[in-house]
Design a binder for this molecule. Structure first.
Ligand code: CP
Ligand code: NVA
Length: 309
């Protein structure tokens, strides 16, 4: 049974396959043609953390594919009262066809996958946000970038989005430059996986604490909140430590002329991005948000197609 827990579990060709499924289904969706690729299938959606885009894209997505979604907040199910993940997994696996989960610990997703007997999709963990990356790649492809040969700068916190960009770059072979403040770098184990993958994909990975150097001449700039879900207590310290890392007009002017700016959202203006840069790139950012629907359909249909491999 295959799962969608990190892009590191998926080959470059499989990432491109998922994008192709998403593109085809997007065309049909925009023509109001809703083909029942997942007819009568049930998707359980477990949320330990808040969500707007992930919840709505999976819930609308599965219904447009002919299935149904169950929203399971961990506050309301027995998991939140201490029922073991492996028991929850075995119960759900006998009743639903697929599980999407947003959790703190990546190891909880691994446990769900091990015990459920149905495909499990990572809807964000402290370590990775791979379904977001699929929407980001779909968006960049639509905007005319060659996603196997582009230069991307990630400026900000070393977090689940940074880790996911590292997996994407190192699998697909594009150039990724990451600049974080000192003390907020990506973990060594993620860096090691990316550098190992890069040996075969040819990806160029640069990791530094210098945002101006990282952004210089790139095709795509991206960032994310400095305070991820679960880190609220660190907010004041992080804001102080991230001085000089806001993607504002002067920072953005160092990227290539016409560079794309992406943000997975929610965005905090005046912190990781200025209001001016955000609004100047709103078309790209909301295309990215809307592509969550199409990319997530691609992921679900792919999980169903390869379910018995
Ligand atoms: N980008 C993203 O995952 O948004 P939500 O937290 O709203 O799902
Ligand atoms: N890094 C952010 C992403 C939100 C979609 C978080 O984990 O809160």
């Amino acid at each position: 049974m295959r799962h969608f827990l990190t892009l590191n579990d998926i080959s470059k060709d499989e990432i491109l396959d998922i994008l192709n499924i998403a593109k085809d289904i997007k065309k049909e969706t925009l023509n109001k043609e809703y083909k029942p690729y997942l007819k009568d299938q049930f998707l359980a959606m477990i949320f330990e953390k808040s969500s707007t885009r992930t919840r709505v894209s999976f819930e609308v997505g599965i219904q447009q594919l002919g299935g149904k979604a169950l929203f399971l907040s961990s506050r309301d199910i027995q998991l939140g009262r201490g029922e073991p993940i492996k028991d929850t997994a075995r119960v759900l696996g006998g009743m639903v066809d697929m599980i999407m989960a947003r959790v703190y610990k990546q190891s909880d997703l691994v446990e769900l996958a091990k015990f459920s007997g149905v495909p499990v999709i990572n809807g964000l963990s402290d370590d990775f946000h791979p379904v977001q990356l699929m929407a980001d790649l779909l968006t960049l492809d639509e905007l005319g970038l060659d996603i196997q040969n582009m230069k991307v700068a990630y400026i900000g916190d070393g977090n689940n989005m940074t880790n996911s960009w590292l997996m994407a770059a190192s699998k697909l072979g594009f150039e990724l430059r990451i600049a974080t403040p000192k003390g907020y770098e990506v973990p060594q184990w993620v860096k090691s996986i990316a550098l190992e993958n890069a040996k075969s994909s040819g990806a160029i990975i640069q990791i530094s604490n210098d945002p101006k150097e990282a952004i210089s001449g790139v095709d795509v700039v991206t960032t994310d909140t400095w305070v991820s879900m679960g880190q609220e207590d660190e907010k004041a310290k992080k804001i102080a430590d991230f001085a000089g890392f806001c993607v504002d007009k002067s920072m953005m002017s160092l990227a290539k002329d016409g560079a794309v700016f992406l943000h997975c959202l929610p965005a905090y203006r005046g912190y990781e991005v200025s209001e001016e840069v955000f609004e100047a790139h709103a078309d790209e950012i909301f295309r990215e948000a809307h592509n969550r629907l199409h990319a997530q359909k691609g992921v679900m249909v792919w999980c169903d197609r390869i379910r018995y491999e």
